[in-house]
Design a protein around this ligand. Structure first.
Ligand code: PEP
Ligand code: MG
Length: 439
């Protein structure tokens, strides 16, 4: 590990070419330390919804979780093939497996060509409905992909990743330079900065960890920002400065009670007043939005919508909290499915409330990253979704091949059924098979 992070120059050991990291588990900060030097990651534990998996996706490193006994069976220097799409690894593969892998890589290259050929075409369904496709980012390394990706903007910039990659707290001037670079790279496209979402599994290396029994349900995200406002103040100032003369969009993570939005808005207003007093140029427009990740908000939808300029649904946490199942827990990874009536009904309620209140509605979170689950959220009414850059091609291909009115009607009927003959997943698989929708 010291070799990988560049700290082990005198250990005498050599870094293999194309290294694959095998471990029991890994956190997002550690993974960011290794950076792009890794060609693959295989974990005995972990889960696809964890923040480490999100960081791996941002860095485009294939990751496989739940590889039982891999830390005992794999030896240093072994060959291993990591198939992140299928979630399988081949340890010491024989020639036939290697050949099959080569074929698969060639097929993927074909798919990439197809995605490139639709990159500049609209994300429009067969029945002429436009879907806004945004990308999730958080590392500067993501941003070059914005231009070539065909994304309509950055729907989620996870600002905490910049804090996780450092070994000390970034200064305000560094932050504002960074945020300005993000806005420059977007060239006027929509960018939504999410304020710091630290805590839970995103522990800053230079902050004393809290000894909390349930960190995911703990003192994190906006809760920490409100109780220790110094950090959020620095971030808000940096954002206001970076966006001078442009549009600034900020969203708040883990809002639980609508009064928390009021508290942050008051802080933001104070920072705006300070900037004005000092004669600094302000953004030409400032939009404040809220994530919906905590189920209490499902019962404060109208109050919430009246307080914010836009809404962004974070399906990762919303699903984790609605189903009371830790998104990083490998024992629960396959037990509950977001493509199920309770969860999709909740997502539909949010759409209805946004329509009632005439509020722009977005969805980020990994549900938008797979064509099938992206189709499900479109079918309950979402028209703007944000995903990792690598998902834009497959999702756009799906969008362009679907008749959204047709699947939306089926979805609505299916969600209203009390004694259904089919699960939502079965209904969708039948539909996409019959219609030849690539999912
Ligand atoms: C989410 O919870 O869906 C989300 C987008 O935030 P994160 O994955 O960073 O927790
Ligand atoms: Mg979240």
């Amino acid at each position: 590990l010291r070799i990988l992070t560049g700290q082990g120059l005198n250990t005498g050991a050599e870094m293999p070419s194309d290294p694959v990291l095998i471990a029991r588990n890994i956190g997002p900060a550690e993974l960011l330390d290794y950076g792009r030097s890794l060609k693959g990651i295989v974990l005995e534990e972990g889960s696809v919804g964890s923040h480490a998996a999100i960081v791996a996706r941002a860095l485009a490193i294939p990751l496989v979780v739940h590889a039982t006994r891999i830390t005992t069976e794999a030896l240093n220097g072994d060959h291993i093939m990591v198939d992140g799409d299928q979630g399988v690894t081949h340890l010491r593969p024989d020639d036939s497996v290697v050949a099959a892998f080569r074929d698969k890589i060639a097929m993927q290259a074909d798919a990439q060509e197809r995605y490139a050929s639709i990159r500049d075409k609209p994300a429009e369904t067969r029945d002429a409905q436009t879907i806004n496709l945004h990308m999730n980012a958080g590392l500067m390394a993501d941003l070059p992909s914005l231009d070539g990706s065909g994304a309509d903007g950055v729907g989620l910039f996870r600002t905490e990743l910049q804090f996780l990659v450092r070994n000390q707290m970034p200064r305000r001037s560094e932050l504002s330079a960074l945020y300005a670079r993000v806005l420059d790279a977007a060239q006027g496209k929509r960018v939504v900065f999410r304020t710091l979402d630290i805590g839970s599994d995103k522990v800053l290396p230079y902050m004393k960890p809290n000894d909390e029994p349930n960190p995911a349900l703990g003192w994190r995200a906006v809760r920490l920002s409100i109780d220790r406002p110094g950090l959020l103040r620095v971030q808000l100032r940096a954002l206001l400065k970076a966006a001078a003369g442009r549009t600034l969009r900020i969203k708040l993570p883990m809002i639980t009670m609508v009064s928390e939005v009021d508290e942050v808005r008051a802080m933001l207003d104070r920072e705006i007043a300070t900037q004005t007093r000092f004669g600094h140029e302000l953004p030409k427009e400032i939009l404040l939005g809220s994530m919906i990740e905590v189920p209490t908000l499902l019962f404060q939808l109208d109050e919430l919508m009246q307080r914010v300029d836009f809404i962004s649904v974070g399906t990762n946490d919303l699903f984790q909290f609605m189903s009371a199942s830790d998104r990083g827990n490998s024992f629960l990874a396959n037990r509950y499915n977001p493509l199920s009536r309770p969860f999709l009904r909740a997502l539909r309620e949010i759409v209805r409330a946004a329509e009632r209140n005439d509020k722009p509605l977005y969805l980020c979170g990994e549900m938008a990253s797979e064509p099938l689950s992206a189709l499900a959220v479109m079918a309950v009414g979402y028209r703007a979704i944000s995903m990792p850059p690598g998902s834009l091609g497959p999702v756009k291909e799906m969008v362009r091949s679907v008749n959204l009115t047709e699947i939306s009607t089926m979805m609505n009927d299916a969600l209203d059924e009390v004694n259904p003959a089919q699960t939502i997943l079965e209904m969708m698989m039948d539909y996409t098979d019959q219609r030849g929708v690539p999912v």
